[in-house]
Design a protein around this ligand. Sequence first.
Ligand code: ZN
Length: 306
Amino acid sequence: MLRRQIAAVVLILVFAAIPVSAGSSSAKTLKALIVDGQNNHNWQETTPVLKKLLEQTGLYKVDVATSPAKKEPMEDFKPAFARYDVVICNYTGDEWPAKTRKAFERYMKNGGGLVVFHAADNAFPQWPAYNEMIAIGGWGGRNEKSGPMVRWRDGKVVYDTSDGKGGQHPPQHEFQVITRDKQHPITAGLPEKWMHASDELYSALRGPAKNMTVLATAYCDPDQKNGTGEHEPVLFTIDYGKGRVFHTVLGHAGAHMECVGFIVTLQRRTEWAATGRVTQKHVPADFPKPDRVSRRPGHKEPKKSK
Ligand code: ZN
């Protein structure tokens, strides 16, 4: 028994002594936590894809906190948020226990990072702090009482307070993402317009919409079922206390996450949420064009050109 303990200690020391590798020699490894376990989407498929895409950069070490299943006791679900530089929310489901919600609010107010991924903006319609973090969300009974819709009209953000439910989307289709903030570290250097692989274009999301910066929008064609005829925010940031939030409505399932535009903005935005900076300034040659989708089948990295 004693020998086994000594062996374990030696093993820990050996691993502790191995230097961590990172994509950039000056960057420290960022600790990322994906939270999942319940979702009206296939989180069992998307979490490994998120993990793989982040780890491809060499910048992140990614852990996963999986909640109990729906309706199972939740009181012991207490992810150690404070140990991480960034939390990626791939969760929508039962309420977290009060202590976990408070710990998450504290983590964010004190300067934590959060990436809100697709259906995570369906989560927690009754949790005021979470709705401030995500700025706008959909479904779960959201309506005009949840806050305005946010649209891009005539070159600026417009808050639309008209009545109606929050959250809808046309059938999956390819749509063009238009960068509205070219200075932000996440979008700097990317083409102004790029075609996103067939996905759900979340529209008419509603919420407090405070401290929100729209980085990119997509036009929701009124000729489609559930089309709003508005430029809907698809990539945006939110300041919450000292914390940084990045919210993307893109990424319904693994196939949609093969889009190179999705991949590059995921890799950049997670770093920004963690540190407030983006060191990944390179725009890969296979980035989508204004009128043409570009995918990485199986989320494989392209061969690096020299
Ligand atoms: Zn979806």
